[in-house]
Design a protein around this ligand. Structure first.
Ligand SMILES: NC(=O)C1=CN([C@@H]2O[C@H](COP(=O)(O)OP(=O)(O)OC[C@H]3O[C@@H](n4cnc5c(N)ncnc54)[C@H](O)[C@@H]3O)[C@@H](O)[C@H]2O)C=CC1
Ligand code: BAL
Length: 505
């Protein structure tokens, strides 16, 4: 765990930061070819942070050309896995050296509480890069069981030029989930950070260059979804796109692939994640603490956020009382003050979207059991809304803010039906003292990650991604993530004395 600093220390770091503003292509910072910029602000204060290069398709073409050149000449791909590992471990050490700078940059850019950036975003980013680096020289290729007449090898090869299109809610960590396995596997990457949160991706690219990642291998092209994301999706020389973001934008990438070169697409999209609390839950305090953490961590701007509490009618009142007690620890305010666990939402427009759910709750005359306050057009207090039915927008739509809806059930079958009453299927958590119920619910709930008596997303060793409209094409994290960034090649060597007629199948 990184040592915590005080609010005054974080503010002093913020005052002294040199913020990157240009795209990073072929080992150097460059303005947009058009010369255009857009203004990036701190959502918590409205203060201008930087004028960021507003790139377009011309810059994407240039970056893809450089990434292709780097891939084809083998300056990274053809290094041994052990050599790539050493460079990426050097990057992890540089990230560690710059941890306070990255912590503060991430908080200023996104409105996230510095406390979370310091305890989760930055250390998990470093751990992810290190984990994939450490893995890469321990993965073996296979031989197939084809008998004595041939040797059939099944080898992985890096897929090529990869577009990593990122969201604003975990700018550093989602970068690491993509570039960790992509770079370790030997690919070249074009990273497109969300327009709202570009700073840390640019700084990491600069540090990767310092660590020895060759020019052209790690590029960051800043700008809008239409202007930069679409040209990446449509590019004939991009071999794969790894995307995290909303389901509607994820769908667009499937269309881009179909309309261009059938590039591989891996999507990690939205969620509407249930926490199911049974009446046999052994420790309601633990359930309350975990549900609060799941719902309000990162202001609920989290694809895996606990968004629907599905609780047995018998324990609902007691659980809500305890949830209220834990919520008192979640103070809302200045993200640079480590006492605050709830910072600003990422933008005024996102605030308006989240606030529309509070308006909806009022319209539906639902009971706001806890919270409900808003201020300064970007802060929303953690909020719990009771009596939500499956037909409500609060039950069905991804809110991506600190609002937890509560629905009751009375039988296990009803709980499963409510949990699965969604087009999404990313995560779920189950609270019970019964092993049988824990296993039954874990198997019957359709979600990529199910946690029992805790909230979480697993760790670096476990795959992350979802069923249904939550995901497509592969998983982030773990050894399985490397499959996203590789092609499988069969090399069949005939060693028999057989004739052509005998060997053709
Ligand atoms: N699953 C997740 O982790 C995330 C989900 N969301 C959800 O999406 C909602 C909207 O947030 P947005 O920032 O608008 O998400 P988004 O899905 O539009 O943005 C994600 C990335 O895709 C890019 N993009 C946007 N439009 C594009 C296009 N037409 N072609 C190619 N790339 C494009 C964006 O610039 C960004 O880099 C949120 O309210 C939330 O519900 C947002 C961010 C992350
Ligand atoms: N919680 C990590 C994935 C995401 O929110 O986008």
């Amino acid at each position: 765990m990184h040592e915590p600093l005080t609010a005054a220390e974080y503010r002093a770091i913020a005052a002294g930061l040199q913020l990157p503003a240009n795209a990073f292509i072929d080992g150097a910072f460059r303005p947009a070819s058009s010369g255009k910029t857009y203004t990036s602000t701190n959502p918590a204060t409205g203060e201008v942070l930087a004028e960021i290069a507003d790139c377009d398709g011309t810059d994407v073409d240039f970056a893809v050309g450089k990434a292709r050149e780097a891939f084809d000449d083998g300056r990274w791909r053809l290094r041994s896995p052990g050599e790539r590992k050493e460079v990426l471990l050097r990057l992890a050490r540089l990230l560690e050296r710059n941890r306070h700078e990255l912590t503060v940059m991430e908080s200023l850019d996104s409105g996230k509480p510095v406390r979370e950036c310091q305890t989760v975003d930055v250390p998990d980013t470093i751990h992810t890069i290190r984990w994939h680096a450490e893995l890469i020289d321990k993965l073996y290729d296979n031989t197939a069981p084809v008998g004595a007449n041939a040797l059939a090898m099944v080898v992985r090869e890096p897929i090529g030029v990869v577009g990593c299109v990122l969201p604003w809610n975990f700018p550093l960590l989602m970068l690491a989930w993509k570039i960790g396995p992509a770079l370790a596997s030997g690919c070249s990457v074009i990273v497109k950070p969300a327009q709202e949160t570009t700073l840390t991706a640019l700084r990491v690219a600069e540090l990767a260059h310092e660590a020895g990642v060759p020019a052209g291998v790690f590029n960051v092209v800043t700008g809008g979804g239409k202007e930069v994301g679409e040209p990446i999706g449509m590019h004939m020389d991009v071999d794969m796109v790894a995307f995290t973001g909303s389901t509607p934008t994820g769908r667009r990438f499937l269309r881009y692939a179909a309309d261009s070169n059938l590039k591989k697409i891996v999507l990690e999209c939205g969620g509407k994640n249930p926490a199911v609390v049974l009446d046999d839950a052994e420790d309601l305090d633990l359930a309350a603490e975990q549900v609060v953490n799941g719902a309000f961590w990162n202001m609920g701007e989290n694809c895996s956020a606990t968004s629907r509490l599905i609780v047995h009618a018998k324990v609902k009142d007691e659980l809500l009382k305890r949830i209220g007690a834990y919520m008192r620890e979640w103070k809302t305010g200045d993200p640079l003050d480590p006492e605050n666990r709830v910072g600003a939402l990422v933008s005024k427009s996102h605030f308006d979207k989240v606030n529309s759910f509070l308006e909806e709750a009022k319209k539906e005359k639902l009971n706001v059991a806890h919270g409900g306050g808003t201020r300064d057009g970007v802060f929303i207090e953690p909020t719990v809304v009771e009596g939500v039915t499956p037909s409500s927008r609060l039950f069905q739509e991804e809110i991506f803010g600190p609002i937890l809806s509560v629905t009751t059930f009375s039988t296990l079958a009803e709980a499963v039906a409510l949990a699965n009453d969604t087009n999404y299927g990313l995560t779920a958590s189950v609270y019970t003292g019964s092993l049988r119920n824990a296993i039954r619910l874990s198997r019957e709930i359709r979600a990529g990650v199910v946690t029992v008596n805790c909230f979480g997303e697993g760790d670096a060793t476990t795959p992350f991604g979802g069923y249904g409209e939550s995901g497509f094409g592969g998983r982030d994290k773990s050894v399985f993530a490397h499959d996203n960034y590789c092609e499988l090649k069969t090399i069949w060597i005939d060693i028999s004395d057989r004739s052509v007629d005998e060997t053709i199948r």
